[in-house]
Design a binder for this molecule. Structure first.
Ligand code: ADP
Ligand code: MG
Length: 237
């Protein structure tokens, strides 16, 4: 096994800038072990979502390497990156990005539409895709009678739980959560975080949780400050 293969995620000498602007984000070294829970903190506008976008393969760095499970993401074509993301990553967006005209269950099942690997992972342990969607929704605190409801009229806390169930379905290797708790109260936030960690541990998924809220950091094994990580900021400061 090469050194890179020991990591779930490895970012090396990454440079990113917008349009013709100088480099805005330079990350010399950032890595995650398989199954680890990492808290990435940084003030609003510091580039957290930008870094996540590159890790998820929707933004392209100017230079540098991003590897997942030892596979170079930056060397892949756009469609190969889409496939890798669908197969191996569950993303919880800040605004959740649920499809309002679909039910809770159908939102949760979306990754299984795009990835045969995720479908197979589900069918390896559950009787049907729908059974697994319902199990996850229930585990995340959404009662059975709600599961067929359209998601358009849900509270923020409920949307958050549907988005989490969608991220976890089919056991992706990496769960990326981009400030999912920024618009809920403290008690709901802590309960949600505990559920995320439990489910990540149960499936041995890596969890990369991003927030500007430092008070969440102590719940995590590893804490990283994007401001410290980003050497581009230091050069211009
Ligand atoms: P964070 O997630 O830490 O709040 P972002 O990664 O969203 O920060 O944004 C980092 C910086 O990049 C901000 O200054 C933001 O204005 C800028 N930015 C974000 N998206 C774009 C874009 N599409 N084009 C140009 N600049 C952008
Ligand atoms: Mg952001």
């Amino acid at each position: 096994m090469s050194e890179t293969d020991a990591f779930l995620l490895k970012v090396t000498d990454l440079h990113f800038g917008w349009g013709q602007e100088p480099d805005f984000l330079i990350v010399d070294d950032f890595s995650m072990q398989r199954g680890s829970h990492v808290f990435l903190e940084g003030p609003s506008g510091s580039g957290k979502s930008t870094l996540l976008g590159m890790i998820a393969g929707v933004l392209t760095p100017r230079s540098g390497e991003i590897s997942m499970n030892g596979k170079r993401l930056d060397a892949l074509s756009m469609s190969e990156r889409d496939k890798l993301r669908a197969d191996s990553m569950g993303v919880i967006f800040q605004l959740f990005n649920l499809l309002p005209y679909l039910s809770m269950i159908d939102n949760v099942l979306l990754p299984c539409r795009f990835s045969s690997k995720r479908r197979k992972n589900v069918l390896g342990k559950a009787d049907s895709l729908e059974d697994e969607a319902r199990r996850l929704l229930t585990r995340l605190g959404l009662p059975t009678e709600m599961h067929t409801r359209k998601v358009s009229n849900l509270s923020v806390g409920q949307q958050q739980r549907v988005a989490a169930a969608r991220a976890f379905i089919g056991s992706p290797d990496l769960i990326i959560a981009d400030e999912p708790t920024s618009s809920v109260d403290t008690a709901a936030r802590d309960a949600f975080l505990a559920l995320l960690m439990e489910e990540a541990s149960a499936t041995n998924a890596g969890l990369l949780f991003v927030s500007h809220d430092r008070s969440l950091a102590s719940a995590f094994q590893t804490q990283v400050s994007l401001t410290d990580l980003n050497t581009a900021k230091k050069e211009t400061a």
